[in-house]
Design a protein around this ligand. Structure first.
Ligand code: PLP
Length: 403
């Protein structure tokens, strides 16, 4: 936690353990340096550097003019939940199609993930988290007073974790597993066979599976698998998705969870006491995105093509530098790069990221944010030339350190 600024403030036990989000901290420092006139290349941010497509912005303007300025039902407007259900049912293989009642729309998929963790897990429960993983999962599980159990993947396998490794980390207190594919921070994706094995294990052990599919549409080597199309039953499955990444709508804050009816009702009840509904205008914007697949697909395809071109160019630079270990990403928009040997003393990734930012004006996120301190995460959601210049400077610092 940051130093208390208000006189007499002491964080309650509910949040005293929280660490500031490292990705947000890096972004804030990069912005501060930029404001001070430094030509910072910000490769820390986890958001598409594209505008929300015009047809979505226009629909949002129209919605405001037509009165979308009031509270909505907590779980979200019915047409949006129906559109989400229709989109899900185009993939869902379970005999029972997804119903709008199983969907809760929230302020970003981040809130959907938190709602699910808070509703499902509690004191004494353990939750398996393939690691490295998005920094907020660990904190969300801890906020639910459950124990996050990192299960470390092998970098030689893109850090992907197998069902066997999950089983080895489980105890009688294990209640669930949180999956993210394509993954932040590695860009690795699980294939259908690996996901089926994890689903089978979870089914056999009675675990909940929370699958965060926010990067599903940003996939370069074929479609990323969705658990909706693999699960034969959804009675312990929570599928989380949203519009932030695929539709370049991070600021609109719309995400959702698809969960069995009893859980979706509990999450809606919880949300009714915390944030109520997601912003009405944003829900209408998301509805426009989902209702017009022809325009939406064209925007997604153009954005993904540009991300792929950046990935290919950045990977070519990394591959040409001898002895640099990195994960070859198949989705999302991150490169995960080793900057120190395992077991290096202190937080080697943070020291590296700090030097890269303060001395070379390139912002990346230290791997310790994802429980892998010898690595850093570089986002290529930035103009191509900046990404490549950032990679060149990173490689130059790596080479200097090795010399
Ligand atoms: N899940 C992962 C893995 C993410 O990387 C992010 C954002 O960086 C989110 C969820 C949050 O997305 P949203 O903007 O929908 O809350």
């Amino acid at each position: 936690m940051p130093e208390p600024s208000a006189r007499g403030f002491q964080a309650s036990a509910n949040i005293a353990f929280l660490k500031e989000s490292a990705t947000i901290a890096v972004s804030a420092r990069a912005k501060a340096l930029k404001a001070a006139g430094r030509p910072v290349i910000d490769l820390g941010a986890g958001e598409p550097d594209f505008d929300t497509p015009e047809f979505i912005r226009r629909a949002a303007n129209d919605a405001v003019e037509q009165g979308a300025t009031h509270y909505t039902t907590t779980e979200g407007i019915l047409p949006l939940r129906e559109a989400i259900a229709a989109d899900a049912n185009a993939r869902c293989r379970d005999g029972a199609p997804v119903d709008a009642k199983e969907i809760v729309v929230s302020n970003g998929s981040k809130q959907s993930l938190f709602n699910a963790c808070f509703a499902l897990f509690g004191p004494g429960d353990e939750v398996l988290i393939p690691t490295p993983s998005w920094t907020s999962y660990y904190e969300m599980v801890a906020l639910a007073r459950a124990t996050a159990v990192p299960v470390h993947g092998d970098p030689a396998c893109g850090f992907l974790v197998t069902a066997r490794e999950l089983a080895a980390a489980a105890t009688p207190r294990t209640r669930g597993v949180m999956l993210n594919s394509p993954c932040n921070p590695t860009g690795s994706s699980y294939d259908a066979a690996a996901l089926r094995e994890i689903l089978a294990l979870a089914e056999a052990r009675g675990w909940w599976v929370i699958t965060d599919e926010i990067y599903r549409r940003i996939s370069y080597d074929g479609r990323a698998a969705s658990l909706l199309e693999l699960a034969s039953a959804r009675d312990r499955l929570v599928v989380v998705d949203g519009v932030a990444k695929a539709y370049a709508m991070t600021g609109w804050r719309i995400g959702w969870a698809i969960a069995p009816r009893a859980l979706s009702a509990a999450m809606a009840a919880f949300q009714s006491h915390t944030t109520s509904n997601a912003a009405a205008v944003s829900q209408h914007a998301a509805l426009a995105a989902l209702r017009d697949p022809a325009q939406a697909e064209a925007s997604i395809a153009a954005m993904v093509a540009e991300f792929r071109a950046r990935r290919d160019a950045a990977v070519a630079l990394l591959a040409a530098a001898s002895g640099v270990q990195f994960i070859h990403p198949s989705g999302a928009f991150y490169l995960f790069i080793r900057v120190a040997p395992d077991g290096a003393s202190g937080d080697a990734g943070a020291a590296f990221a700090n030097a890269l930012l303060e001395q070379h004006d390139v912002a990346v996120v230290p791997g310790s944010a994802f429980l892998t301190p010898s690595w850093v995460r570089l986002s290529y959601a930035a103009p191509r030339e900046q990404v490549l210049e950032g990679v060149r400077r990173l490689l130059a610092v790596l080479a200097q350190r090795r010399a």
